[in-house]
Design a protein around this ligand. Sequence first.
Ligand code: ZN
Length: 269
Amino acid sequence: MAGALVASASAAIGASGASLADIAAAGLSAPGPLDHQTGVILITQNIAGFKDVPLAAMVESRLGGPKVFLDRDTVMAAIGEGLAGAAKRARDFVYLTVSTGVGGAIVSGGRMVRGASNTAGELGHFPVGFDRDVRCRCGSFGCVEAYAAGRNLAEAYGVEDASIVYAKAAAGDARAAALIARAELALSNLAVGIVNALNPERIVVGGSVAEHEPGHVLEPMRRAIAERAFKVPGAAVQVVPSALGGDVSIVGSALAARDRASGGGQWFL
Ligand SMILES: [Zn+2]
């Protein structure tokens, strides 16, 4: 794992014509839960065999040069959007990714919300449904992810990729349309919950499903907020697409590494 990461980093350094000595710091984004201060991945929901892995130190020693800074992929994405993307100058925003899975990060009052164990912002596991049959990988049921993640949509319909479910629904398939309507409702409930509980000025939505199907992701969230969120926070929020697209976590990782190496980045630590 660390070897593959180092090989990829070395190839990128080579392709850019730089040398290791030119690199001051490197950022590494990974699924959580993890400890961004020590660079240790605690455990991963979706990748078997990861427990208490000091990934930042492993990559750093093999890379043999720059200091490596680890953080959760969605936190890196929020740092990217906050410093250089759709949440620039916003002090209160939520980053939400709707992709293979659903995840997020919360910035409140100009600070990344970390929580007691650094899992704050794991919005994919916000429970929005009462149906015990809609099981989630986390062990619970009714999580947003269980309804709206690309992988879950594809599994529920019985195909490899969620894009097929969207195509089937567009062609008039009732079962596909029902699954998508359910995913939209799950995202709508999450959006209303985010607005009512956190009062953000922006919800930045990234991830491949959001990028390809904004009409089934951002639009239902906007409609639900307009229809049934508390009026004052509802009027204060904008639901906007990610400005950094598929590179959001990479850009965020680079910016995080730059700031942490220079002793900054206090707002997200
Ligand atoms: Zn869950």
